[in-house]
Unconditional design. Structure first.
Length: 304
């Protein structure tokens, strides 16, 4: 047995998980409001200009003002929240998986920050039930240096699928929006310049945000493919009988890559996360059982 199961359910670690989830939720809220202002409100302004021509310059300014605000404030704000959440989750992983902290990644979040954001999450879920047993309990019945490999492999494959699905939804939205704008131009008999100034320019911030989301989610999925391959090689090394010292070095390297991925990855809306979460968790549990079975068969008494 190792300490993964007991440590991950300790009060401190549950507070850390709650804090990182609250931080990600805040980043998603900011993104949601930005999406609303740059699409729904911008679309309403476009519709209004069809009846009130004097609104045209205001609709034009709306799109460019939101784009500037996104570049100067909204995106940096979300990035800061994601980095803070990634640092807190790194502290959780280092303690639960018994990995040393790498100072080059920054300083761990202070306890006051963890308590502040954990308190916010407690208002949503007082029991913290969804945070318990973060890693599969099947990883707890083997030595720690092998159990952490099982946990890290689960981290490497967690949300690649949902990001590709999300990117496909966004591509579909861009196609539908493009067709609607073209239809609007044809029906209203607009020239290209008028279509751009009256319809496309006010949606500039929304179009830019959507295209960036598509690219960043595809990049995130690509990073996860590489992490999955790295974790697979690490697992093969463990199966082949790697020593504790050899695996510890490789696990620390993989953990650094996981941290960088979390820090850079944009948030996915909760409706998609919760829709796919149950299937992902079931897959993770089944994979953990399979990995531990493979390990026991390959290493015999060493894995007991």
């Amino acid at each position: 047995m190792n300490t993964i199961c007991t440590e991950q359910n300790s009060d401190l670690q549950l507070d850390r998980l709650a804090a990182q989830r609250a931080l990600y939720a805040q980043a998603k809220t900011i993104f949601g409001w930005h999406a609303f202002l740059s699409t729904v409100v911008a679309g309403a302004l476009i519709f209004a200009t069809l009846f009130f021509d004097w609104l045209k310059p205001y609709a034009l300014c709306w799109g460019f003002a939101l784009t500037a605000l996104d570049i100067l404030a909204i995106t940096p704000w979300q990035k800061k929240l994601r980095e803070k959440a990634a640092l807190i989750q790194e502290s959780f992983d280092c303690d639960v998986l018994g990995l040393p902290w790498q100072t080059i990644k920054g300083k761990p979040a202070d306890h006051e920050t963890v308590v502040e954001y954990a308190k916010r999450y407690r208002e949503v879920e007082p029991s913290f039930d969804s945070l318990r047993n973060w890693y599969s309990t099947d990883a707890c019945g083997i030595p720690l240096f092998l159990g952490r490999v099982v946990c890290q492999r689960a981290n490497a494959v967690w949300d690649g699928k949902q990001r590709r699905i999300y990117a496909r939804y966004l591509i579909g939205a861009v196609v539908v929006l493009t067709l609607l704008l073209l239809l609007l131009g044809i029906v209203r008999g607009m020239h290209v310049a008028e279509l751009f100034s009256r319809a496309i320019a006010p949606l500039n911030a929304g179009i830019w945000m959507t295209l960036r989301q598509i690219m960043e989610n595809h990049e995130a999925a690509g990073r996860l493919d590489k992490l999955k391959e790295h974790a697979g090689n690490l697992w093969k090394h463990a199966i082949d009988g790697a020593t504790e010292g050899e695996l510890a070095t490789e696990c620390r390297s993989l953990q650094s890559e996981l941290f960088d991925h979390r820090k850079r990855t944009v948030s996915v809306f909760d409706w998609l996360y919760w829709r796919l979460r149950r299937a992902h968790e079931q897959q993770m549990q089944e994979t953990a059982v399979q990995l531990v079975s493979e390990l026991r068969a390959a290493r015999g008494d060493t894995a007991d």
